[in-house]
Design a protein around this ligand. Structure first.
Ligand code: CUA
Length: 162
């Protein structure tokens, strides 16, 4: 098979470019310590109400012994529970959320809080809410006929009042 000299040259250039780009990506990922998420926590979604952490009485915002805050929530068709939560502004919060049924997503517009809630696993997000006000937790994964109505309220309050 005859390949034109110019075409051959460009084949080599494109192969070389591919390897250069892969090299740059690899170096960048290694150098910046970027890697896929690891360390997942499984949970039995059908027995959330019987688990200690996700039973009804234990949901909501809690202060841990070391002074940090943990917000525990359940996503279930069609809502997030508790349906109203208050968190202090400019304070790191660890949010732990589990699904009681199917795949959900949670997203709070104008913040960086967004994650999938996959049944069988606990989703954990560490974030800090930077602005006070009323926000909405929205489901952003289609989960059934009531998906459009799956939302709840998040109020970010000044530090002193919490
Ligand atoms: Cu839950 Cu869509």
């Amino acid at each position: 098979m005859h390949i034109d000299q110019t075409e051959k040259k460009w084949i080599w250039i494109s192969v070389l470019m591919t390897f250069v780009m892969m090299g740059v990506l690899t170096l960048y990922a290694v150098g910046s310590n970027i890697h896929p998420p690891s360390g997942f926590e499984p949970i039995d979604s059908t027995r959330l109400h019987l688990s200690e952490e996700f039973s009804e009485d234990n949901l909501g915002l809690k202060k841990n012994d070391d002074g940090t805050l943990t917000l525990t929530m359940v996503a279930a068709r069609y809502g997030f529970y508790p349906s109203k939560v208050e968190v202090p502004v400019n304070t790191p919060v660890k949010i732990r959320i589990a699904s009681a049924d199917v795949l959900h997503g949670v997203h709070v517009p104008y913040t960086n809080f967004a994650t999938m809630v996959v049944p069988g696993y606990i989703s954990e997000v560490n974030t800090t809410f930077m602005k006070t006000g009323d926000f909405t937790l929205l489901c952003n994964e289609y989960c059934g006929l009531g998906h459009d109505h799956m939302w709840s309220r998040l109020k970010v309050v000044p530090k002193s009042s919490s």
